[in-house]
Design a protein around this ligand. Sequence first.
Ligand code: GUN
Length: 285
Amino acid sequence: MAQIIDGKQIATDIKTSLKVEAERLFPLVGRRAFLTVVLVGDDPASRSYTRGKIKACEFVGIDSDLLEFPSSVSEEELLKAIERLNEDDKVDGILVQLPLPAHISKQKVIDAICREKDVDGFHPLNVGRLDQGYDCISPCTPKGIMRLINSTGVETEGKIAVVVGRSNIVGKPVAKLLLQANCTLIQTHSHTRDLDSITRMADILVVAVGKPGLIKGNMVKKGAVVIDVGISRCEDGLLHGDVDFESTAENASFITPVPGGVGPMTIAMLMANTLECYKKRNNIL
Ligand code: GUN
């Protein structure tokens, strides 16, 4: 039976140590770190995520602002607001909550955020630097996933890691981080044939597709570490991951729950990235 990786507790521990770090940095810089979260429209999930991000800032001791726009906001107006945030010296981090309404180009918005304030690590310059293994801001969810894997004490070197999903937010960047951790990497996606036989090869299985219950216990090798990134609200009104927890826990050595696994880590890593931008912008190494 698998051990549960308690992402909620690990995230709380990380935020507690970031709070100490923020206290230490405050007198050196003369002001607190500052994160602006931009929310467009009123999607309930996005609203709930942004609330969680602002609450975490309060816990860690990072000043924050939630900048809200109606879903009818024009692309031009949103880009102008980002430009103002880029130029505002007290703002260390800018996060535009995704998804955006269809009439706004996600790529234009991401490109508009200056690289030094890109706490999501989504700007092409940060993406490219991650790809090359250079110093950069890594995206929050992939970074959190690596922390969860490391928390198990399982060695990554030479292990077969299978990533199910190839999104820009999770699948692609976590694949890069697993490669940097010297895993042998296989990436699968919606066109992959015979998914079962590939997932059964995984020593480390990361699933990020948003299809509730896609991975069943018989698709998982005995002793695998299973990280479930999916979070979907289903007809039963509950949140479900991409992994069928009950059957998979019988085979895995470690498994993340949903909720309480990857989700809280994304927010903890956002706090870490905001402090990293704050330190870099203030020449604190
Ligand atoms: N929407 C879902 N995940 C994310 C994330 O990590 N960052 C942003 N900005 N939007 C998201």
